[in-house]
Design a protein around this ligand. Structure first.
Ligand code: MN
Ligand code: MN
Length: 324
């Protein structure tokens, strides 16, 4: 907490979870950034998907399925809302059908957040929304170390002769000098590819790769160790919900079988405790393809883990000394 303002979620022992307007974790909706440490922010844009649409409803779905989150995270032994002032910043006003105009709008909002050193927890939208975020954060903090969890590497060059869409974002980020590839890693890759040179090309760009097969063979601990050796601050975590198996995350645009199960995704993120992430995104949740909200619910819980990592990092600063 920076000073006098304190934001808390609505107390669900006093006000029923199903009452009122849905914000992320029942946090206050506010555009006032005074004393704010972290924000939940939606970017409801899905015009850059190559297959199933619907991620424009992601932020709405995730908010709706975040109402059961509670103040204490026992797995990481932290109370994120005690340590941090967090608000639901609402959504960026995207321009449906126009990716470049949307990027301009996203950059405008995120430059404000970056100036105030606020940690953004962004909810997409399709994966194309990560590029303007990286632009603003790297402008503020310098070249970023990217931890990218996704069934796909999203380093392809173009689709339909176009450079900007959800499958090209990390090639563009590289070309624009936003990330340091030798300190960046793609995790949970799998599924059929365009050619046998696909992964090789990504490695030649300098990126490290961990496939689902690697995870099954060597375990999550090995991946976590590898990430911790590779990554340097400032780091950014981008999580595409299709990293998770369609059995636990069917509500997404480009599902691939054989992915992370819910508990594995949680374990992976918790394993990243100690890494200095300056921002996070959770993308590609498509509520129209979801069932019983299971994808959005998993996404909401992953965002809660991101928040917990941020709180743990903040708690390590000498000024904080609160007990749990
Ligand atoms: Mn992706
Ligand atoms: Mn993907």
């Amino acid at each position: 907490m920076k000073s006098s303002r304190k934001t808390y979620p609505v107390d669900s022992t006093k006000s029923p979870r199903f009452a009122g307007v849905s914000t992320f974790a029942r946090l206050p909706y506010s555009r006032d950034l005074t004393d704010v440490d972290a924000v939940f922010v939606g970017i409801p844009f899905d015009d850059a998907t190559t297959f199933r649409p619907g991620a424009r409803f992601g932020p709405k779905g995730v908010r709706e399925n975040s109402l059961l989150l509670r103040p204490y995270n026992p797995a990481l032994n932290v109370k994120p809302f005690d340590v941090l002032n967090v608000v639901d910043y609402g959504d960026v006003d995207v321009v449906p059908g126009y990716i470049e105009d949307t990027y301009t709008r996203v950059e405008r909002e995120f430059s404000k957040l970056a100036e105030e050193n606020i940690t953004p927890l962004t909810c997409g939208g399709d994966h194309s929304i990560t590029l303007p975020i990286l632009r603003m954060l790297s402008r503020r903090y310098g070249k970023l170390s990217l931890v990218h969890v996704d069934a796909h590497h999203d380093c392809w060059d173009e689709y339909f002769g176009k450079k900007y869409n959800h499958g090209t974002v990390f090639r563009r980020a590289l070309e624009e000098g936003l990330i340091e590839p030798r300190r960046s890693i793609h995790i949970a890759l799998r599924g059929p590819l365009f050619s046998e040179h696909d992964y090789g090309e990504v490695r030649r760009m300098g990126y490290s790769i961990v496939t689902m097969q690697d995870i099954r063979e060597n375990g999550l601990d090995a991946v976590i160790r590898r990430v911790k050796t590779l990554v340097r601050p400032p780091a950014y975590l981008s999580f595409d919900i299709d990293a998770c198996d369609p059995s636990v995350a069917p509500g997404t645009g480009t599902p691939e079988v054989g992915g992370l199960l819910a508990h594995e995704a949680l374990e992976l993120i918790r394993g990243f405790a100690g890494i200095e992430f300056i921002g996070f995104d959770l993308v590609e949740v498509s509520p129209p393809y979801d069932h019983a909200g299971i994808t959005a619910m998993l996404a909401a819980n992953l965002l809660y883990e991101f928040l917990s990592l941020t709180a743990l990092r903040k708690r390590q600063t000498p000024t904080s000394g609160e007990t749990l």
